[in-house]
Unconditional design. Structure first.
Length: 402
């Protein structure tokens, strides 16, 4: 009679046909071996005198249990829990193995990028992190570069090399340094950040000296489109982190679970939050700084504020927009001053594109427009006029008007 024998609590063992004595345990052993065909593992369930440690009960094998036995034969023997007549396999070991595999993968990701993570010595006391972005080119954060001379770089092998500041951009919080030794190669940079999703596991890998790298594990907490920093720089994607940016971690790479660099971490663009400057933005800024030594920022030199247009004025001038921006200040000698823009003028369009907020003006003033004229549609004294303004380049330490 085919049957499955399971451990259970009790001193005596009963069958429907009657009692079974302890002298018959050898028959039970034979039946278990027939069911599992795994005598070596079965031996762990028996005592030294070849008797089962616990009494057993003989039950007919139903189809679900036959399927379970086949799985045991194909894999390996492990205890199975039974609830309501259904077999539920214990998958704890599989989950543990998955966690161990993930742990190994994260450690390998750190090992993969650590040769390209450097320590930048450009401020008192604590060094900051940087990345060998290209051969001989190190990318760091602008706010951690406190001096422009006597800067050194500590590589992964402990060597300390002099570095030259190529350029810096406070609006994106990036700085580019050149190292004389180009033998260290460059990191594996992700092509774009479009594949980033909220919840992805990521690592920040920093180096603040010759003792080795440190790592911080977390996840992507927010992802959105392009945005403008409080200093006017354009970042291609907003990437907020849920991980610790330790002291010296600004300038460290954000690393995916596969070991690829997604961008540069910084604590200098948002108060109390770690952000990542995506690789696309880093490449754009690096190219500009290497070519020109600076980032060209267009401006017209005015301070503005949104204002709601009266219905009577909209009807009189046939305006479709509800709002405009009023000029609060004009910087002397600026492009707006030279064009004749006055305090109190209300800007409603640039090159026939409606302007309802200061962000519309910022979006229209792209670097490619430097040196070109834009048509500004303005309301002055209740009348509509057009003014041609030649977009200029923002001075390095000038007024923060648009």
């Amino acid at each position: 009679m085919a049957g499955l024998y399971l451990p259970f609590t009790g001193k005596a063992t009963r069958l429907r046909c009657g009692k079974i004595k302890s002298t018959q345990t050898s028959f039970a052993e034979v039946r278990l071996r027939q069911c599992f065909s795994f005598e070596s593992q079965f031996s762990t369930l028996t005592s030294h005198n070849s008797r089962p440690i616990l009494p057993i009960r003989l039950m007919p094998i139903c189809p679900p249990l036959r399927h379970t036995l086949e799985q045991v034969k194909r894999k390996s023997f492990h205890l199975t829990q039974y609830s309501g007549g259904h077999a539920v396999e214990n998958s704890t070991s599989e989950k543990v193995n998955s966690l161990i595999a993930l742990s190994h993968d994260l450690a390998l990701a750190v090992e993969r990028v650590s040769p390209f993570v450097v320590a930048v010595n450009a401020r008192p006391r604590v060094a900051t992190s940087g990345v060998l972005w290209r051969p001989g080119i190190v990318v760091a954060t602008n706010h951690t570069i406190k001096r422009e001379e006597e800067i050194t770089i500590t590589l992964h092998d402990g060597r300390t090399l002099p570095a030259v500041l190529v350029g810096r951009d406070g609006s994106t919080d990036l700085a580019v340094l050149k190292v004389q030794d180009e033998t260290s190669g460059s990191a594996d940079i992700a092509a774009d950040s479009e594949a980033l999703k909220v919840g992805h596991l990521v690592l920040a890998v920093g180096r603040t000296g010759a003792e080795g790298v440190s790592a911080s594990l977390g996840c992507i907490s927010a992802v959105s489109g392009a945005w403008r920093t409080w200093r006017g720089g354009v970042i291609d994607n907003f990437v907020r982190l849920d991980l610790s940016i330790y002291l010296g971690f600004s300038g460290s790479p954000l690393v995916s679970a596969e070991g690829r660099i997604i961008g540069i971490n910084t604590s200098g663009l948002a108060r109390g939050a770690g952000l990542t400057i995506p690789a696309t933005t880093v490449n754009r800024v690096v190219n500009a700084l290497i070519t020109r030594g600076r980032i060209a920022r267009p401006y017209i030199g005015v301070g503005m504020q949104p204002v709601r247009l009266p219905d009577s004025l909209k009807t009189k001038l046939n305006l479709s927009s509800e709002n405009g921006v009023i000029v609060l200040s004009v910087e002397p000698g600026s492009p707006a001053d030279k064009a004749g823009l006055l305090v109190g003028d209300v800007l409603v369009a640039l090159d026939d594109a409606p302007v309802a907020d200061t962000s519309d003006v910022q979006a229209a003033l792209i670097p490619e427009r430097i040196g070109q004229a834009v048509k500004a549609s303005v309301i002055r004294g209740g009348e509509a006029i057009n003014i041609s303004i030649t977009v200029g380049e923002r001075p390095a330490k000038g007024h923060r008007g648009e």
